[in-house]
Design a protein around this ligand. Structure first.
Ligand SMILES: C[S@@+](CC[C@H](N)C(=O)[O-])C[C@H]1O[C@@H](n2cnc3c(N)ncnc32)[C@H](O)[C@@H]1O
Length: 436
């Protein structure tokens, strides 16, 4: 990159634009696309963070951005890349602390250097300047469903009812908080980290700081894990010396909890690359687990005392962290993944000792991946019974319990003053015991 480009901040904006375009085209996670593209831009950590922030807020507010642009265009450009360039420019103007002229000028320059869009500079300039002028009017139109695709709106209204579903959509407009799990001594770590000890035992960080620079990171005293994501392993009630399988383990947040409880853990994951990250994470935490890179459906082992199945899912419960999920996943993904979840549940059932416990969870808001999966499992396996979760086991959060005794957390749960520090990832958790 030459010096004038660097001064104009083109690198991070180019990366954000490319990442949004590629994510939409390939329907893959934005994080993966950013990891793949960012080495090519050779950015400083600060610029990389700016690129990430632009791309994330573009997805978080895609509906608002789409409407704001549509209303200011005489006709919608056919070129998707042009639309994405306008969207990342408008996202900076409306939602980031970036001077308007920097957002407008950099978008124009990115078009000018592009073989297909070089003629569109004047058009981009006019549209984005109008967005900047009419910012207050655009931001005053905040209908709850504007930033949610219709197919998800319909699903959530059907599952949760109008009121709760609208709260979920509203919660998705804010960034998720950063929570950590500690090996032990949560209250003193809460103080040292200047965080809040949540009723569930996780610590919620109050300030947004560089994680690696916080006390205890190097020595492996804690790891980042959403408070809801910390519940499944806790509900398995691992005891020291028990042999436990974590069937979809990487990157290892839940394996770490089980190992910290003293269990003898086999961490299984189909992805060798992700399993390597799990091994690195455990090494930092000075925790141990046996690892195996294999499809869990093919695992052949002597039966376990307990199994954790954190199954692959649509991840619609993590939209606050990964807003691209809302725009890249489909009904078809949910259908396919629920088939895989069913097969993995049946496999887990076959790998348990009589009396053994099974915790099944997904970070999805969809009933097919949660409530219906649990009901189907019990219908197929009369040798299993549900072991209902009590409110005391989840820090008294009774609003997160279903009538059956499963756990259903939502991004609009655990509200505290200041939307920034509220919410939980959307998880479904069911606990079963093998009765014979
Ligand atoms: C939701 S993530 C697991 C997160 C992890 N439990 C944690 O707490 O850090 C799902 C994982 O399942 C893995 N996976 C998907 N299909 C699998 C299969 N058939 N067998 C084993 N692992 C699988 C994916 O590679 C992914 O790492």
């Amino acid at each position: 990159m030459d010096q004038s480009q660097e001064q104009a901040g083109l690198g991070p904006r180019r990366l954000a634009w490319l990442a949004v375009t590629e994510t939409m085209k390939r329907r893959v996670p934005l994080d993966d696309v950013l990891d793949e593209l960012s080495p090519k831009e050779n950015l400083s950590p600060r610029d990389e963070a700016l690129a990430r922030a632009i791309a994330i807020v573009t997805f978080r507010r895609l509906g608002t951005l789409g409407r704001a642009l549509n209303e200011r265009l005489n006709r919608e450009p056919k070129d998707e890349r042009l639309l994405h360039l306008l969207a990342t420019g408008a996202a900076q103007i409306l939602f980031l602390d970036v001077p308007d002229h920097a957002a407008v000028d950099s978008s124009v320059r990115l078009a000018q250097e592009d073989a297909k869009l070089h003629h569109a500079g004047g058009f981009i300039n006019a549209v984005l300047r109008r967005v900047a002028r009419e910012r207050d009017m655009i931001l005053s139109q905040q209908e709850p469903w504007l930033d949610t695709p219709t197919w998800l709106e319909e699903r959530w209204v059907a599952q949760y009812g109008e009121e709760l579903a609208a709260k979920i959509a509203e919660a998705h407009r804010s960034m998720a908080s950063v929570d950590v799990s500690v090996k032990d001594d949560a209250s003193s770590w809460a103080e040292r980290l200047n965080g809040v000890l949540l009723p569930t035992g996780s610590i919620r960080l109050v300030e947004r700081t560089a994680i690696r620079e916080l006390p205890g990171f190097e020595e492996g005293a804690w790891w980042v894990q959403d408070a809801a994501a910390a519940l499944p392993a806790r509900l398995l009630r691992a005891k020291a010396g028990e042999r436990i399988a974590d069937l979809c383990a990487a990157p290892g947040g839940k394996t770490a909890q089980l190992a910290a409880a003293g269990a003898n853990v086999l961490a299984v994951d189909r992805s060798a690359k992700r399993l390597k990250r799990l091994e690195e994470n455990l090494a930092r935490l000075r925790l141990e687990a046996e690892t195996r890179a294999i499809d869990a459906e093919k695992l052949d082992e002597v039966p376990f005392d307990a199994i954790l199945l954190d199954a692959p899912c649509s991840a619609t419960g993590t939209i606050r962290r990964h807003p691209d999920v809302a725009w890249t996943k489909s009904e078809e993904d949910i259908r396919k993944l629920s088939g895989l979840q069913m097969r993995l549940l049946d496999k887990a059932a076959s790998l348990l000792k009589p009396g053994g416990r099974l915790v099944y969870c997904t970070c999805s808001l969809e009933a097919e991946e949660g409530e219906r999966q649990a009901a189907g499992f019990l219908a197929r396996h009369p040798d299993f019974a549900r072991q209902p979760v009590t409110a005391e086991e989840i820090g008294g959060l009774s609003e997160c319990l279903t009538p059956e005794g499963d756990v259903r957390t939502l991004p609009c749960h655990l509200v505290s003053p200041g939307q920034e520090r509220s919410g939980l990832d959307g998880f479904f958790i069911a606990r079963f015991v093998k009765t014979s």
